[in-house]
Design a protein around this ligand. Structure first.
Ligand SMILES: C[S@@+](CC[C@H](N)C(=O)[O-])C[C@H]1O[C@@H](n2cnc3c(N)ncnc32)[C@H](O)[C@@H]1O
Length: 253
């Protein structure tokens, strides 16, 4: 049993860990910019594999972040990035068995991230676009999540969930859905609205105030990487995805 555990199953997702790690399926020949890798042969976790020109990689188990960020999933919509999702989780701390409503599902990125951190809970994702649902379902199945339920519906027709711990609104017109979110939340439960534009954020804040949300705050998570080089030449990176969304958080009073 111990031995079989170390073997990679054909077709399984593997992370080829190297200078530039690659997420791929353990199957066939893989052409990389560092040469060709033979993934046809039986592989073991932790094994070193080399391309035909001698570049080496380690066969590692991918983490969810590899799957989400290294082209494991297909994206058709703008997604919420881990820096924003982790901030929502840190500020709201949903329990492992939380009920979370996520709207819209989009490519499924946020739903998968939340499902990972609430393994005994349930993520109910609403989406009105059938094509997006198809793509998100493909993404979700690839990783094998079982705690995400998708409902094909325009959220303005209402949601079925009550006593939700967390409700995420990441869609155009979110300000008009704040009341629906409120009715779905438990007392003390959290609403997190993600707005790319200041005007949308302000409209949401106004609506949340009118509806009596408490402990409200609006934040932006600016993450800037640093180029740590040889002494005397270290500086922050001057490029990157700086602005993504404003996050407005509040609790149902
Ligand atoms: C920005 S994307 C969501 C991305 C998602 N949070 C992720 O991380 O992958 C917005 C999605 O909301 C959906 N949407 C917009 N308005 C909606 C509505 N009224 N009801 C249901 N879905 C809606 C859109 O079709 C789109 O797929």
């Amino acid at each position: 049993l111990a031995e079989s555990k170390t073997k990679v199953i054909k077709g399984e997702l593997v992370l080829l860990l190297g200078e530039e790690s690659i997420l791929t399926r353990a199957d066939g020949k893989l052409h990389t910019r560092f040469g060709v890798l033979d993934l046809e042969k039986e592989l073991e976790w932790g094994e070193e594999v080399k391309t035909h020109i001698g570049k080496s990689f380690r066969v590692a188990k991918p983490y969810l972040v590899d799957f989400l960020m290294k082209r494991g999933i297909k994206r058709k919509t703008q997604v919420l990035y881990p820096k924003d999702l982790s901030l929502i989780l840190a500020y709201t701390t949903p329990p492992p068995d939380a009920l979370i409503v996520d709207c819209g599902l989009g490519s499924g990125f946020s739903s998968m991230f939340l499902a990972h951190y609430c393994p005994q809970g349930k993520i109910v994702a609403y989406e009105r676009d059938r094509e997006n649902i198809k793509l998100a379902l493909e993404n979700i199945k690839k990783w094998g999540f079982e705690n995400i339920e998708i409902k094909e519906r325009d959220i303005f027709e209402g949601v079925d969930e009550r006593d939700a711990d967390l409700f995420i609104l990441d869609m155009k017109g979110a300000e008009d859905a704040v009341k629906i979110a409120k009715e779905s939340l438990k007392i003390g439960g959290w609403l997190a609205v993600c707005s790319p534009y200041v005007e949308q954020m302000m409209a949401c804040v106004e609506r949340m105030r009118e509806l009596g949300f408490l402990e409200m705050k609006t934040v932006e998570n600016l993450v800037r990487e640093w180029d740590v080089r040889k002494f005397g030449h270290t500086l922050p990176q001057r490029w990157g995805n700086i602005h993504t969304v404003f996050i407005t958080i509040g609790r149902r009073g």
